[in-house]
Design a protein around this ligand. Sequence first.
Ligand code: BGC
Length: 770
Amino acid sequence: MKRTGLLLGLIGGMISGCACAQAPAGNAKMNAFVGNLMSRMTLEEKIGQLNLLSVGFDVTGPELSKDVEPKIRQSQVGGILNTYTPAAVRRLQSLAVNESRLGIPLLFGLDVIHGHKTIFPMPLGLACTWDPEAIERSARIAATEATADGVNWTFSPMVDICRDPRWGRIAEGAGEDPYLGLQIARAMVRGYQGDDLSRSNALMACVKHFALYGGAEAGRDYNTVDMSRIRMYQYYLPPYRAAVEAGVGSVMSSFNEINGVPATANRWLLTDVLRTQWGFRGFVVSDYTAIKELSEHGLGDLPTDAKLALQAGVDMDMVSETFLKYLPELAAHREVSESMINQACRRILEAKYKLGLFADPYHGCSEERARREMLTPANRQAAREFAEQSFVLLKNDRHVLPLRKSGIIALVGPLADDQRNPLGSCHAAGDWQQAVSVRTGISNVAGPAVTILYAKGANLVDDPALRQTLKAFGDDIAVDARSPQAMMAEAVAVAARADAVVAVLGESFSMTGEAASRSHIGLPVCQERLLQALVDTGKPVVLVLMNGRPLTLTWEAEHCTAILETWFGGTEAGNAVADVLFGDYNPSGKLTATFPRDVGQIPIYYNHKNTGRPYQGDPGDKFVSRYLDVPNDPLYPFGYGLSYTTFSYGEIQLSKTRLTGDETLLASVSLTNTGERAGEETVQLYVSQPVASVTRSVEDLRGFQKVRLEPGETREVTFRVTPEDLKFYNRKLEYDWEPGEFILRIGGDSSRLKSATVHWNKRKTPTKSQ
Ligand code: BGC
């Protein structure tokens, strides 16, 4: 503690002696403090600040760091990832503040992606709530828990737009749409950071993976990305930018290349776009070992990697220790300038200052706080609510759902009685023993008049080679030693005695997330066989899906009576599933990523271009943009999701049909709940511009509102549209709008919409002679 006391004294001194008169008061103090500290640091100590090491409880990359404790003592470490709990954090932090020369505290980072101890639905599921406020609350709770547990920095939000469900990491983002994605990015940054990072429950956010990581070719993780500038600006960059504008403290550079230069060595990206165009003031951290992977990309040897990354704008090196090893020599030979090292070091020290770590290196974590603030009943209740809201009802024939709270239900499937998988692939400190399985959830919710007959029916996967590969990622596949035939026979027998079958099928969490790309995105074969056998019993089959990506479900969509997509729902998944199955909650989630019919349609997304030869639905048309063997349209479109009630939309009413300049257009529909239950509908507004100087999407989401209606109730839902909603990137990559005709579409998903047309002109600017 001795050194912390000294540093606190220094802060006091700086406050009175500050010379930066023009800087805002807070910044002036920080600048003076950091400047003073840096004046006492050696070059090696500054380089030490750029070094981020991985040690502790989680393994999130191909290697772990060695000799971490001596390196901390020798001032060679700026931060640690994957260590948490007050005791573990205190141990390492006290080495830094008490036993290193200047006592500079460490950052403690962790992938707190959808909750820390209380796990919320995986991010793609959370996005399906279409509720940025709920998402912000989930991030706030995650921040409170994580900081109580010693973490001060999260590698979240992940805002990579993705149009390819083969990519396992589609689970970690908000889906395919930039407009929704940017709202969620903002909400998460606000939720984690609050308005003052020095508060003990504020968690510094890190937006990732900058940039375009979701555009990996063929959906294969870490693969090449190649994309036109206009596509980047229009569809992929907006969510990162929104996070920057919301004040995100750090940015993570991605593994992939962009225009032939890996992001981690890409000065255009990390400096010109991020800092010059967007005004980012925080620091950039590489992804895991990404700096030394520049050699694998083919950019040169390790010293070259260090030089290119620093010069591009990377400030902190995650795990590869390339900065630590090579920057001293590169600086000595003037191959990198000391001022660049100073700049990177300053940015990291500023983050520590903003987090208040020089005043309290432990950021208020304690065993007592951890006990009090983690996994509280209120947090669990929030997790249950968010999970309910994240589920998407894909099909519901003959109103088979909700189930009655009486009779016999056959509960079948490898995920029905499973506590591990609902936590998903990025479950931070989540404890599966605290998670609620569907089986337990049903017994909590169904009541005494329901008899549950359970049979596992199949293993998650039968292929031994795949099982072996998946094992490397976690212990999520409990294998039943019985033969597939014996398991299936038991399930069929149970189904035969029941009024309805609930089959809980899908992916294991290790089949999703990082390094988990799949080329076939259907149910694993053994589960498909089980489902077919269940359908053959003639009983109504409710398919409850747990999975991390859009799946191909054409057979299932035809043969199952109902389908409920529940993603990986988190700690309270089982209770939430039961709430929805028995109608205690009326499902309201809407898809944020398109479900293809077939892998061959990928990439498939709602905001596609028209092309010069669009297919208009006439099967006799030959020279048009279509497939011979599969329709163009998806199985389930973006924005889609059913409810136990039904909604009807009136025609769009416009406040005007001709507008000029900065006017505001009001576009309304009347929405009626035409069913017999109260329910929520997400009303979506899409805008398209059929004629412009560059080709435009067939439609772009530009607004949404979640509306709750009682049975029979009608409400006027109004959107305010301004020229801001008409903007796009033009040929010069300027973000502007062009006058002309606009089609406004409003409805309950991207494919079933009411439409109306307006003309919007630019205001004539008077010329001088007038
Ligand atoms: C992932 C990042 C993650 C980091 C630290 C990497 O492998 O790509 O998303 O934040 O590891 O765990």
